[in-house]
Design a protein around this ligand. Structure first.
Ligand SMILES: [Zn+2]
Length: 233
């Protein structure tokens, strides 16, 4: 997988850390590009492991509007399953602890005591939460740009027929973008009713000392601007 290693190295030398509003969820542990490079050099199931890592970059960040949070389907799974899969992919202990930090926030929000205690390996402190309104605004802006470019490409196809392929690719990108936004909004609506507000949901049987890590007001999940949406560093 020399090509993959070369492309990742090129990305790290030219774009990584220089793209505005971009931050990798695992930047403090092992960024996606660092992980990809390590995987590429290992030569073992490179594409699959990198693809799963890129999904995890988004999985590790919650969406929030100040009262409710939403999470990706990964956090509907048991913490042990998440750990198993990450270990099979050769993820570092730090990256696993980062993901469990997010899983623990979901467990607390849902009042799931078993899952909460199963996240003992999680990093201390609050999970990262991206602002839903800012994420939606950004997604809509991206969609508008894609639609505009698609229409321009279609118009220019009469002059340059090869632009038809570009128009098709842009259309596909716009459809994926729209579907992703719709799915995230749908999930947010589903999760909105799971808890009154962040920090309130606790299992009735839980001892308060179990929840001192992120149940205190100052340690609640903090909403970060979309300017730091998970991307691959
Ligand atoms: Zn990343």
């Amino acid at each position: 997988m020399r090509l993959a290693a070369w492309l990742i190295t090129l990305y790290r030398r030219t774009l990584s850390g220089r793209i505005p509003n971009v931050r990798c969820s695992f930047a403090a542990e092992e960024s996606c590009s660092a992980f990809g490079l390590r995987v590429a050099h290992s030569g073992r199931n490179v594409i699959g492991r990198i693809a799963r890592r890129l999904r995890r970059c988004r999985d590790a960040c919650l969406l929030g509007d100040g009262r409710s949070i939403s999470w990706t389907p990964l956090h509907d799974r048991a913490p042990a399953d998440i750990v198993d899969e990450m270990q099979r992919d050769g993820e570092s202990d730090g990256a696993i602890a980062r993901m469990l930090q997010t899983r623990r926030a979901v467990a607390r929000y849902r009042g799931d005591h078993a899952a909460f205690t199963a996240c003992a390996m999680a990093l201390p402190g609050p999970a990262r939460v991206c602002s839903l309104p800012l994420v939606v605004r950004r997604a809509r802006r991206r969609l508008a740009v894609l639609v505009t470019l698609t229409l321009a490409a279609i118009a220019l196809t009469f002059v340059e027929p090869w632009l038809g392929a570009l128009a098709a690719a842009l259309t596909a990108a716009a459809l994926v973008s729209a579907r992703t936004l719709r799915s995230r909004l749908h999930r947010f609506d589903l999760h909105r009713g799971k808890s009154g507000s962040i920090g309130i949901a606790r299992p009735a049987s839980a001892r308060p000392t179990k929840y001192t890590i992120d149940a205190t007001p100052q340690a609640r999940p903090t909403t970060t601007p979309a300017s730091t949406m998970p991307r691959h560093g």
